[in-house]
Design a binder for this molecule. Structure first.
Ligand SMILES: C[S@@+](CC[C@H](N)C(=O)[O-])C[C@H]1O[C@@H](n2cnc3c(N)ncnc32)[C@H](O)[C@@H]1O
Length: 274
């Protein structure tokens, strides 16, 4: 599959980026998403943005009560559960079986209509066709092969009824390049106390490669690496068209802003033709 890839390597400062994962980045996503990532980035507490995201998905995908909605790479059900609470029937898939267990337990406790599957989204197609689908929070572009990444879009397309819409939330590669930061440090308050996250980044072979080091109050450190394809908004629109989606729109955030290199998201929405 041909994509426009024109990014120059941003030279590596060897002292800065240390690939601490001895296994390298092959299928890094199978071990990267763990309880620490969930604590730091998928906590349900993120009230305002979560609410705006749920509203955005309901409005832009035209989700009605009792409709079936596919959450591709659903994590711990952060978005599936509020959508189910609003009356939709959710089908969620995630590779991480701990996340799926948590999502299932929460759905059962609340008596929500949810079917969660621990499976690989590069292969999984919803067993029942859905009225709408989404893939949220940069759960795409992990594989080194463009064809494999494209397969995830095709699986979303195959999971939809004719007329159904799909939203893919990815980072905006143009923003990443414009505001590139080699080093980011952030502190999080967790049940274990203040935990620091140090994220070291580089652009290499048209991919964003990052080393994430969590530093606990007792000095313990865990490092993980990630790697994402730097697909531009144009590349993503091209993949949507190639999958068969029509009426493609792109947004820069969930409050309805248009796509912009000043905003870090590229939310792409397309419809399966009737
Ligand atoms: C950044 S998290 C986002 C989770 C969720 N979409 C959200 O917004 O909270 C990425 C998720 O993708 C899942 N994932 C990564 N690769 C996957 C694959 N090949 N199949 C299914 N899930 C995958 C991870 O386990 C993780 O839960």
């Amino acid at each position: 599959m041909m994509l426009k890839k024109t990014f120059k390597n941003i030279p590596l400062d060897p002292a800065l980026f240390k690939t601490k994962d001895p296994k390298g980045s092959l299928d890094w996503w199978a071990t990267f998403y763990d309880e620490h990532f969930a604590d730091f980035f998928m906590a349900v507490a993120d009230g305002d943005e979560l609410e705006a995201t749920v509203d955005f998905l309901r409005k832009r995908l035209g989700i009605q009560k009792a409709q079936r909605v596919f959450d591709q790479c659903c994590g711990n059900g952060r978005l599936s559960l509020p959508l189910a609470e609003a009356g939709a029937h959710l089908v969620g898939v995630d590779l991480n079986s701990d996340y799926i267990q948590k999502a299932t337990a929460r759905a059962q406790f609340k008596n929500f209509a949810c079917d969660f599957y621990a499976a690989d989204a590069y292969e999984f197609v919803s067993p029942a066709v859905c009225d709408a689908a989404f893939n949220w929070y940069t759960s795409f572009g992990f594989a080194a092969s463009d064809d494999q990444n494209f397969q995830m879009l095709q699986n979303a397309f195959a999971s939809l009824k004719p007329g159904g819409s799909y939203a893919l939330d990815y980072f905006n590669a143009e923003h990443v390049l414009k505001f590139f930061k080699k080093l980011m440090r952030r502190e999080y308050v967790t049940s274990a106390g203040h935990v620091e996250l140090v994220r070291e980044s580089r652009i290499h072979s048209s991919r964003m490669e990052q080393c994430w080091t969590y530093v606990w109050p007792d000095g313990r450190q865990v490092s993980k690496t990630s790697s994402f394809a730097l697909y531009t908004p144009g590349d993503i629109a091209g993949m949507f068209t190639k999958s068969g989606f029509i009426t493609i729109e792109q947004y820069g955030d969930v409050w309805g802003a248009g796509l912009s290199a000043n905003l870090h998201r590229c939310i792409c929405i397309g419809r399966k033709p009737v």
